[in-house]
Design a protein around this ligand. Structure first.
Ligand code: FES
Length: 167
């Protein structure tokens, strides 16, 4: 599922409760529930943590601790486009820092932030699994490889115009 062009739903107890019951979860493992809630809403609403706790009996603090431990979970709605910048060794050696700098200039958002216009959320990953094509990043579900600071600027400009898919 991509963040692009998705208008995220407002969190609802009915939807959250259905997700929790669907997983028929045992005490101690809330990760599949958290993943589905994030797929549904784009982030983990705090009310979801309370509902998971109420239904499963897992203390809220444990659920929150699990969710904050994993970098894949976010607690605010993402921007229209989620950019995952690979900062693994191969990409770092191939210039990932300059790619990140270029993204920062183009979006005014740093890694871990969402741009003011909510067009972009910037995240970083350890490795996208295609090191031979470094440096790489993903915009929503689309991989971009062998990037240069100039090429990433062009891709982002297309995103701003709403035709990222044609990059
Ligand atoms: S380090 Fe970037 S794809 Fe592997």
């Amino acid at each position: 599922m991509t963040a692009q062009n998705k208008s995220w739903d407002t969190p609802s107890f009915a939807v959250i409760d259905a997700i929790v019951h669907k997983h028929n979860i045992e005490k101690g493992s809330a990760i599949p529930i958290l993943q589905e809630i994030q797929e549904t809403y784009g982030y983990i609403p705090l009310i979801a943590i309370e509902r998971i706790g109420r239904i499963t009996g897992i203390p809220d603090g444990d659920i929150y601790g699990t969710a904050t431990f994993y970098k894949m979970f976010r607690f605010e709605p993402p921007g229209e486009n989620v950019i995952k910048v690979c900062r693994g060794t191969a990409c770092d050696l191939a210039g990932a820092a300059k790619i990140a700098e270029s993204i920062n200039v183009e979006t005014s958002a740093a890694e871990g932030e969402t741009s003011y216009d909510r067009k972009f959320t910037i995240e970083k990953l350890a490795c996208l699994g295609c090191c031979s094509a470094a440096p790489t990043l993903m915009i929503n579900d689309e991989l971009h490889s062998r990037l240069t600071p100039e090429s990433v600027r062009k891709v982002l400009k297309k995103c701003k115009c709403g035709d990222e898919g044609s990059a």
